[in-house]
Design a protein around this ligand. Structure first.
Ligand SMILES: Nc1ncnc2c1ncn2[C@@H]1O[C@H](COP(=O)(O)OP(=O)(O)OP(=O)(O)O)[C@@H](O)[C@H]1O
Ligand SMILES: [Mg+2]
Length: 627
């Protein structure tokens, strides 16, 4: 059973993502990238050394300021200023160089992780995807990759350098001043870090609430916009807007709490630094009074603490961002490492199709363990033959096609193609062998050409048009203002149900598989078009193993065998004539449909010639064209 995926984690940072990220930052076989990492680290250390020397040089300059305009003293002072300037330039330039050198490594990692996650999400089961909210899923990938960026920027270029700088400053304090200066600096930094982390941990939950309500608002937006038509059908715009507003109100409340707590954090930080500065300056006053320190050294101590304040000031943000990044990355890596439900066996070989015989042997299947959907189904579709599955809605017909396609694994029994259990072959080869025209066709929001070519991406122009001709949609496409370049709209909604179905048929024709699965492939078409396509389908299903799922029985009368499925069981099977003669479930379905068909035919005549029996026309004025 699929375990729910935590999107936000529980707020406590796990350092697992850092370990998981490491191989992407030190990629096997990429010596160029590894060299960049080393150069970046080298630049970073040099930049920090330069940084730490800036206040020192400032102090030295101050002490060398000449009392008179005597030659050598001025030269010495100018010399110090020159060195001071060089150190400042080095500090900035090396930091920039480091960023530039490292950028390629960072974006390589970002791309690799993002792409592997995207690919992995595609290998996850249909069950997983039906249970997921798409909006939430793309958010996880989005935030996860952003998290990597944040982590790299902050850990590598902020936390690590700050620690280095601290150590260097403490060392200089000890060397240049005395142990009290060093201890005060360390105490101030310690208090600062402790306070920042404590407050930030407390703040994280506000941040999480903010993210959760942001997620919620985004899923609601996506869901509501996807259901645009349904919203209109029921005049529920106000209801949708209210739901959205509720999420936004939550978001606003959480954001305000985040903001207020940030002010508390900043005030506390400023207080700690001010106190530290006060103590250090106090100590320096005593040092000057006792002639142990110069004015330049007084300024130097001050400059050190103020300079430390810059990276420290970012610490709260950095810590929070890192925690957030770790949480986001953890969610993404969890997704990336989420086990697949349907997997290839290590020994899986490609499916070898000789004739394409499909065999279901006592197949038992359930989506949820509590409710068995197929209760021991056995049938064989001999190579090149056509078998039809009919039966009431919810009987489990489409389920059979999902099992054959191996979207789900079965509970017991066996499904084989040419004697090979479908669990023993690779999924790619299995799916390459089967062409499916699904019950509900959803198209990509692209051109008609793109959607047809999707059946075989490498297909040429002529092949695409040939497939469209076979599916009886070529003429329609040519009449469109942009022809094959017409856009089909979100999920293909700019096409009618029947047009979409014909696009689906065309792309399956293009795929040209040895096994065909038609799930109500022509249900959305009128009788006339259906008949024309039926002959096309007949044409392509000749010599191919075909499983037809149909509602309209007239489309399956020629099938080699018809299975009547009801509540997950095959209740009748045989050829059309035998089944009609048996006067069972099939015969009654057949008779009902024939009556309905006859009524439709009569109606057509009325439509064509309104003089005849106007009474009928009045009964169904809309269908008859109105009065
Ligand atoms: N992903 C799923 N999770 C749980 N139950 C499902 C799922 N998909 C389908 N079902 C249930 O399994 C049963 C069989 O569904 P199936 O889609 O196979 O019916 P069908 O015979 O194709 O019906 P129709 O003629 O309406 O298309 C239904 O009762 C349905 O509610
Ligand atoms: Mg179905």
């Amino acid at each position: 059973m699929a375990t729910p995926l935590t999107e936000e984690g529980d707020g406590t940072p796990s350092f697992r993502p850092i370990a998981m990220l490491f191989p992407y930052l030190w990629p096997k076989g990429r010596w160029d990238l590894k060299a960049r990492v080393l150069v970046a680290i080298f630049c970073l250390i040099l930049a920090k050394v330069a940084t730490v020397f800036v206040p020192y040089l400032f102090g030295m300059t101050l002490d060398s300021l000449p009392a008179t305009a005597a030659g050598t003293a001025v030269v010495v002072a100018l010399g110090w200023i020159g060195v001071y300037t060089l150190a400042r330039i080095a500090m900035q330039a090396l930091a920039q160089l480091r960023d530039g050198v490292f950028a390629r490594v960072a974006y390589h990692a970002l791309r690799e992780v993002g792409v592997s996650t995207f690919a992995h999400v595609h290998t996850l089961s249909l069950r997983f995807h039906l249970e997921r909210k798409t909006g939430g899923l793309s958010r996880i990938i989005d935030r996860g990759t952003k998290g990597i960026d944040t982590l790299l920027t902050f850990v590598i270029f902020s936390i690590f350098p700050t620690i280095l700088e601290l150590a260097l400053v403490a060392g200089i304090m000890l060397w240049k001043f005395d142990v009290w200066f060093a201890l005060t600096t360390l105490a101030m930094v310690g208090a600062y870090i402790w306070f920042t982390f404590a407050i930030t941990r407390w703040r994280i939950k506000f941040r999480r609430e903010m993210n959760e309500s942001d997620n919620e608002a985004s899923t609601k937006t996506v869901d509501s916009l996807l259901n645009y038509e349904t919203v209109k059908y029921f005049n529920n715009e106000a209801h949708e807007t209210r739901r959205f507003d509720e999420s936004m109100a939550k978001f606003a409340a959480a954001s305000i709490r985040t903001q207020t707590s940030l002010s508390i954090l900043n005030t506390g930080q400023a207080l700690i630094v001010a106190l530290g500065l006060m103590v250090v300056m106090g100590l320096a006053v005593f040092g000057i009074a006792a002639h142990r320190l110069t004015v330049g050294e007084f300024a130097m101590a001050n400059a050190y603490l103020i300079q430390l304040y810059v990276p420290l000031n970012l610490l709260g943000t950095v810590y929070r961002e890192i925690v957030q990044a770790l949480v986001d990355m953890d969610a993404m890596f969890t997704l990336l490492h989420r086990p697949q439900e349907v997997t290839d066996k290590p020994s899986a070989a490609p499916l070898k199709v000789s004739g394409g015989e499909i065999r279901f042997e006592d197949v038992v299947f359930a989506y949820d363990p509590e409710r068995i959907v197929l209760k021991g189904i056995s049938f064989t579709v001999p190579a090149g033959k056509t078998i039809a599955v009919v039966g009431p809605s919810g009987a489990g017909k489409s389920t059979i096609s999902r099992i054959l396609y191996r979207f789900y694994d079965i509970k017991s029994g066996r499904v084989t193609i040419d004697g090979q259990d479908i669990r023993d072959v690779t999924q790619t080869s299995l799916r390459a062998a089967i062409g499916i025209v699904p019950q509900d066709t959803v198209l990509f929001n692209d051109t008609v050409r793109y959607n047809i070519a999707y059946g075989r991406i490498s297909a040429g122009e002529a092949e695409i048009e040939e497939a469209a001709r076979h599916a009886q949609i070529d003429k329609f496409i040519r009449e469109l203002p942009h022809g094959y370049d017409a856009m089909v709209g979100e999920r293909g909604l700019k096409l009618s149900g029947g047009e979409k179905q014909r696009v689906a048929i065309a792309r399956t024709i293009l795929k040209n598989p040895p096994i065909l699965l038609l799930d109500e492939a022509t249900s959305a078409l009128d009788t006339h078009t259906e008949r024309e396509i039926q002959s096309a389908l007949h044409e392509i299903s000749r010599n191919r193993t075909t499983l037809v799922i149909a509602h309209r029985l007239s489309t399956v009368v020629d099938a080699d065998e018809i299975l009547v499925l009801d509540h997950g069981e095959i209740v009748e099977r045989g050829r059309h004539d035998d089944l009609v003669a048996r006067k069972g479930a099939y015969a009654s379905m057949w008779n009902k449909q024939k009556k309905a068909e006859a009524a439709r035919e009569r109606l057509k005549k009325v439509e064509a010639d309104p003089q005849v029996t106007p009474g009928i026309a009045r009964v169904t004025p809309v269908a008859a064209g109105g009065e």
